[in-house]
Design a binder for this molecule. Structure first.
Ligand code: PBG
Length: 311
């Protein structure tokens, strides 16, 4: 009891955000093999899952869409009938104000080449053309009922472009959660299965994500996003970047989010499946360490399981 009274860190259900995948044109949920316990939802199973998360006390979900058709410009991302927009409208009707609906704002799930932006003639990402796409996606997600849009593509100027677009649409109420310090990490592998993304030519995202060897530039990126109008900033991945979370917490006063990404989740689950570790205990300890480092909000695929364990 005394240990509980003097504990410095408390992980609670209020800290957790559940990332969810919704796939267009499927009849049954599809398990994501590399992420035990995670599925690509149908629209119906997504609604049921969000109802369950609400009853568990989870306060927010982050939606990722998997479109049936991908193309060079990622048309499904801002189509009013695109999978995330349809899902947002349905969920908004279902949950009212009892759940915060967040939408990942990016193009990689929607482009046939798998990059987060539009490509120019030489195959590189065209930053400025991409910003126009992001502005259109922000407007579409806001119109469909998103409370929070979360740009994750790490394009220069993306937060300012989205803030301008939302202002023009008189949607100053929409919150921007910026993936501000996003590293070019090997921990995103299972996510690519979850959203059926293969980066063209076996490429990577090092041109627009951060070098894992560097810490100071993360703070520069975070400051820029706050200056451009981000309300919440995120560090991603979490466990290998606790120092960044800690430094950001000390340097800035806005809420700090951290993303325990697909690979982090998969490592715990896979080791637990083989009986090498106590998965629930390791998960709780890792999420607790992310909180202790200074995160106010944690995105984790274990959100529902943790909520049940904490209840
Ligand atoms: C981009 C995006 C990615 C993740 C979240 N948003 C993929 C990437 O940057 O390569 C990764 C999340 C995870 O691994 O769990 N839309």
């Amino acid at each position: 009891m005394l240990r509980r009274l003097v504990a410095e860190t408390h992980l609670g259900v209020d800290d957790l955000i559940a990332p969810l995948f919704v796939r267009e044109g499927i009849e049954e949920p599809h398990p994501v093999v590399s992420m035990p316990g995670v599925v690509q939802h149908t629209r119906a199973s997504l609604r049921a899952e969000v109802a369950r998360l609400t009853s568990l006390g989870i306060g927010a979900v982050m939606l990722f869409g998997v479109p049936e058709h991908k193309d060079a410009r990622g048309s499904g991302a801002d189509d009013p009938d695109g999978i995330v927009q349809v899902a947002l409208r349905e969920l908004r009707d279902d949950v009212g104000d009892s759940m915060i609906l967040m939408a990942d704002l990016c193009l990689d799930e929607y482009t046939d080449h798998g990059h987060c932006g539009l490509l120019d003639a030489s195959g590189g990402v065209d930053n400025d053309a991409t910003l126009q796409r992001y502005a259109a996606i922000a407007r579409a997600q806001a119109a469909a009922g998103a409370d929070v849009v979360a740009p994750s593509g790490m394009m220069d100027g993306q937060v300012a472009a989205i803030r301008d677009a939302l202002d023009d649409a008189a949607r100053t109420d929409v919150v921007i959660l910026a993936y501000a310090a996003k590293y070019a990490s090997a921990h995103y592998g299972p996510f690519r299965d979850a959203v059926d993304v293969e980066i063209a030519g076996g490429g990577d995202r090092r041109a627009y994500q951060q070098d894992p060897r560097n810490a100071r530039e993360a703070l520069v990126e975070i400051r820029a996003d706050i200056d451009e109008g981000a309300d919440i900033v995120m560090v991603k991945p979490a466990l290998a970047y606790l120092d960044i979370i800690h430094a950001a917490r000390a340097a800035f006063d806005v809420p700090i989010a951290a993303y325990q990404v697909s690979g982090e989740y998969a490592m715990v689950r896979a080791a637990a499946e083989r009986g090498f570790i106590d998965g629930d205990a390791v998960m709780a300890e890792q999420l607790g360490s992310i909180k202790r480092a200074g995160a106010d909000l944690i995105l984790t695929y274990a959100a529902a399981d943790m909520a049940e364990a904490l209840a």
